[in-house]
Write a protein that binds this ligand. Structure first.
Ligand code: NDP
Length: 324
């Protein structure tokens, strides 16, 4: 089988022909059709982040494909499945290969209306966006509550969050560091677009109230500014650190405006929550989302695309065609 292999930290990833007998332990072997390129994959492949714990490693934190063999009664050969998270592509060989062998508990059967390629346009990023939207809903944010802000809006998580929120009837303001992506964000459904810099001045503990909800993929000063601008009872779903892992904020938004900061983790989200999220993604996202938001590459082009992603030169999802 063909696989992108990382031999050790700091050495370039290379596509190699390897024996499928080297696949790790697991109950289900999947013929991978599509994988995706995520921020975490880019960190692993470029060596810019210590994502990979054991070498050699096949990166790829998400994939979709067809079951080849299963020792678990929940899955049978020929079934379409999707995998995101669980440390796959970090501690366990991942999706940037023709085959993957994983634990059955990590797999979700694809909703019947969703094709494998579409599920990888959504990918880990889209699943995370859906979990963020669910967190806003559970915090009581409705389309009538007011505007919702999405940061890092032209990235994988941000762009899907914009599309989901717009489709659900929310007024969405997108924050983006790039003017080149404004048309794309409007097509996805953003009503307003704000430049990233406007959030970089040191935030006062409380600013004018502007947002009923926010989905933040950036962290650091941007998230601190967003917190200071939340409406009374506002909810922020924080899932990313594209701008840094610090959070230079105060307790004021929490104790004077009843603001809720909800962390979002997609990696170990329980199975029932993943299933709900995948079903909702399949039903909410319009057909045009799948045309707008994806660039297709093959396995050989992944290292170059990972560099581009680290340099913020990529918009939306990058799909890796493997057997699809
Ligand atoms: P992308 O690289 O696709 O998008 C990140 C976006 O953030 C960019 O498109 C850019 O948007 C913005 N950005 C990039 N660099 C900076 C910077 N230095 N300062 C401020 N904004 C910046 O990544 P993803 O969308 O896949 O992931 C977003 C974040 O969410 C990442 O930190 C990732 O690790 C995290 N994540 C977390 C998950 C979880 O389970 N919690 C799961 C998946 C991802 P623009 O140009 O529009 O400003």
């Amino acid at each position: 089988m063909k696989a992108l292999l990382l031999e050790q930290q700091g050495t370039p990833a290379r596509v190699q022909e390897i024996d499928a007998a080297r696949l790790p332990e697991g109950d289900v072997t999947v013929q991978v059709a599509w994988s995706g390129l995520n921020y975490k994959d880019a960190l692993a492949i470029t060596g810019k982040g210590k994502i990979v714990r054991n070498f050699p490693m096949v990166p790829g934190i998400d994939f979709a494909g067809t079951v080849r063999e299963s020792r678990d009664s929940r899955f049978r050969a020929g079934q379409q499945v999707v995998l995101t998270g669980w440390g796959v592509g970090e501690n366990h060989w991942g999706g940037l290969a023709e085959q993957a062998r994983v634990k059955a508990d990590w797999l979700v059967a694809l909703p019947p209306t969703l094709e494998a390629r579409q599920s990888m346009i959504i990918g880990t990023a889209g699943l995370t966006a859906m979990l963020c939207v669910m967190a806003l809903e559970e915090g009581g944010v409705t389309p009538e509550s007011g505007e919702v802000l999405v940061t890092g809006a032209s990235g994988g998580v941000g762009s899907t969050a914009v599309a989901l929120l717009a489709q659900l009837g929310y007024q969405v303001t997108a924050v983006s560091g790039r003017t080149s992506t404004h048309d794309y964000l409007r097509e996805l459904g953003a009503s307003h677009i704000l430049p990233r810099e406007t959030f970089f001045e040191a935030a006062r503990p409380l600013e004018s109230q502007r947002w009923a909800g926010a989905i933040d993929t950036v962290g650091d000063r941007l998230l601190a500014s967003v917190l200071a601008q939340m409406n009374y009872n506002g909810v922020v779903a924080a899932c990313g650190l594209a701008g840094g892992y610090l959070l230079p904020t105060t307790v004021m938004p929490f104790i004077l405006r009843n603001v809720r900061l909800q962390g979002i983790d997609s990696v170990r989200a329980p199975l029932h929550r993943r299933q709900t999220a995948w079903e909702r993604l399949a039903s909410i996202l319009p057909a045009r989302f799948y045309q707008q938001a994806a660039t297709e590459i093959d396995l050989e082009a992944v290292p170059e695309a990972a560099t581009a992603l680290m340099e913020n030169r990529i918009t939306g999802r990058t799909l890796v065609r493997i057997g699809g």
